[in-house]
Design a protein around this ligand. Structure first.
Ligand code: S5P
Length: 276
């Protein structure tokens, strides 16, 4: 994987502003860690983000699981994103026709496009889903990830489906900045022997990462940051429960220690990759 350049070099080549900013943030904070904050109370949500903020380049949300959601929560989230210098990724997994996803992205209670630098979509409806989301997101400098693979046992997103996702992304490189996937797909991004100035680049963000468990009993499968970054050529590790355990009675010092532990593991794997 030595052909994968540094995050800083890759930042210069992306045209999408959110991709550029994410790569610059990763380099500056020496963190390829994204924490997935899957809790239902806004108090706990903000407490986790404030604790892990110094160690992450990206915070991933499922904003629709917050029980006591009010739009002021988004303002608190944005304050924390400035305080700790991270980007925001709403894991909405859009999956409908272009017209519907454009409305889901721009409107409703959450108005995702107004605050999330990055969101994601299933490629299942075909290229029109990208067109619909881009009509809202591109004018706001947002970026989109396509779910090319999933981390769950028995996932249907594989083989030709994954290849088609890559084709769809290549046709919309101003808006599609990369993939949610388990590995860097063959030929995706800079390939050995290619001129770096001419090569395409895509980010690979990967969930299903854990240092202490191999599954969650509900289909989720975990591998280590080293497997993901060094072994599979992914760029960003997405970690949820590995960092905060079971929501409810959290030890916030432990959450902080765990996020530093994952940050270090992810960054060391990247440094090793640069040398390999
Ligand atoms: O294939 C996937 C795609 C995603 S975005 N597998 C996943 O687990 N995710 C998300 O990553 C999932 O929705 C959850 O928010 C997070 C993983 O959380 P963890 O607690 O299992 O680390």
């Amino acid at each position: 994987m030595a052909y994968l350049n540094t995050y800083a070099d890759r930042a210069k080549k992306f045209i999408n502003p959110s991709a550029k900013l994410l790569l610059e943030t990763i380099e500056r904070k020496q963190s390829n860690l994204c924490v997935s904050v899957d809790v239902t109370s806004s108090k706990e949500f903000l407490a986790i983000i404030d604790a892990v903020g110094p160690y992450v380049s990206l915070i991933k949300t499922h904003i629709d699981i917050i029980d006591d959601f009010e739009f002021s929560l988004i303002h608190r989230l944005q304050e924390l994103s400035i305080k700790h210098n991270f980007l925001i990724f709403e894991d909405r997994k859009f999956a409908d026709i272009g017209n519907t996803v454009a409305l889901q992205y721009s409107s409703g209670v959450h108005r995702i496009a107004t605050w999330a630098h990055i969101t994601n979509a299933h490629p299942v409806p075909g290229p029109s889903i990208i067109k619909g989301l881009a009509s809202v997101g591109l004018p706001l400098n947002r970026g989109l990830l396509l779910l090319a693979e999933m981390s769950t046992a028995g996932a249907l997103a594989r083989g030709p489906y994954t290849e088609d996702a890559v084709r769809m992304a290549r046709d919309a490189r101003d808006f599609v900045i990369g993939f949610i996937a388990q590995h860097r797909m063959e030929g995706v991004g800079l390939c050995e022997g290619q001129n770096p100035d001419e090569a395409e680049d895509f980010l690979i963000l990967t969930p299903g990462v854990g240092l202490d468990a191999t599954n969650d009993g509900l289909g989720q499968q975990y591998r280590t940051p080293e497997d993901a970054i060094l072994g599979s050529g992914c760029d960003v590790i997405i970690v949820g429960r590995g960092i905060y355990g079971r929501p409810g009675n959290m030890d916030i010092d432990k959450v902080q220690r765990q996020s530093e532990r994952y940050r270090e593991a992810g960054w060391n794997a990247y440094l090793q990759r640069l040398k390999s």
